[in-house]
Design a protein around this ligand. Structure first.
Ligand code: ADP
Length: 171
């Protein structure tokens, strides 16, 4: 019943009309490449202006801003770990990204949320291990929060979709 509220979608996250999209940001919160650059381009300069007031974000933490020109009302900026081989707490830090993002969404009473595959681009986190963490934390959040209506996992490439499908097939 909880998995009914999880959707895999192959589109650009900046096009999604949800309460909140999650940005895989960096510690500066001042924009970057990948999904971060796409979100800043689509949201417009007002997003960067608000991000400047936040004074950065630690790895594993999350901060929220408005969505400005995006169809999404809010953006949660979370900073995933750079993969360094797995012995530097990377799994725990990625887990924290999901937990802190869901906690902020609940605090702001947001009912639909879309995530990119945090850390699996230039930060190099193995895609299957990252998808396993994303699905585990999403199921925990859905179980804890009956008011959460929809969690979208954005699959920007085939390997990411495959990793999520594999993770979802395991109970
Ligand atoms: P990180 O630095 O956390 O690894 P990246 O932006 O490099 O972040 O990649 C994270 C994931 O986001 C990757 O799976 C990448 O393919 C995906 N991605 C890149 N652009 C977009 C986009 N516009 N919408 C959704 N996902 C995207």
């Amino acid at each position: 019943m909880n998995d009914n509220r999880i959707q895999l979608i192959d589109r650009d996250i900046t096009t999604l009309k949800v309460d909140v999209i999650v940005n895989a940001a960096n510690n500066s919160l001042l924009g970057g490449g990948g999904v971060d650059g796409a979100i800043h381009r689509a949201a417009g300069p007002e997003l960067l202006a608000e991000c400047r007031t936040l004074k950065g974000c630690a790895t594993g933490e999350a901060k929220i801003t408005k969505g400005y020109r995006l169809p999404a009302r809010y953006v949660i900026h979370t900073v995933g770990p750079v993969w360094k081989g797995g012995g530097e707490g990377e799994a725990e830090l990625l887990t924290s990204c999901y937990k802190n993002s869901f906690a902020l969404a609940a605090e702001y009473n947001l009912k639909s949320i879309a995530f990119p595959a945090i850390s699996t681009g230039v930060y190099g986190f193995p895609k299957q291990a990252a998808a396993d963490i994303a699905v585990r934390e999403t199921r925990a959040a859905l179980k804890a929060d009956p008011d959460l209506e929809k969690v979208i996992m954005v699959c920007f490439n085939r390997q990411t979709r495959h990793a999520y499908q594999t993770a979802l097939a395991q109970k």
